[in-house]
Design a protein around this ligand. Structure first.
Ligand code: TYC
Length: 111
């Protein structure tokens, strides 16, 4: 038997009825959230530095720099996290500040 029949062969442009499809798999990245610290007139600077070291794993120098940025500019991004981690950080900071009776505010915002 012959390897193919004449009727199997494409005879000209557009005659090949086969359809090529390509599946492009899009990797979904989870949305990220900025966690921000807000300035106020009452929370002691050392307390803010301590919060940054304790809950964000920053060094003393990094924490001091961020605290000063918040103090001068009104707010600063402390870190960028998944929704769940950002929510936990905000809750930890707000709870810690409240327990020490400081008005420190921490918020999150979609990046
Ligand atoms: N402004 C405060 C002070 O002068 C210090 C401060 C810094 C407070 C950062 C909040 O997020 C803050 N004692």
């Amino acid at each position: 038997m012959r390897p193919f029949q004449m009727s199997d062969e494409p005879k000209g442009p557009g005659d090949d009825t086969s359809i090529l499809t390509k599946t492009k798999t899009k990797t979904q990245r989870p949305p990220l959230y900025k966690v921000m610290l807000l300035n106020d007139d009452y929370t002691p600077m050392e307390f803010v530095v301590h919060v940054l070291e304790r809950f964000f794993g920053l060094t003393h120098a990094q924490s001091f720099d961020i605290m000063l940025t918040v103090h001068k500019k009104g707010l600063a991004v402390v870190g960028v996290f998944s929704h769940e981690v950002a929510e936990t950080k905000v809750a930890q900071v707000m709870d810690f500040a409240r327990r020490h009776q400081h008005p420190l505010q921490c918020t999150m915002e979609k990046e």
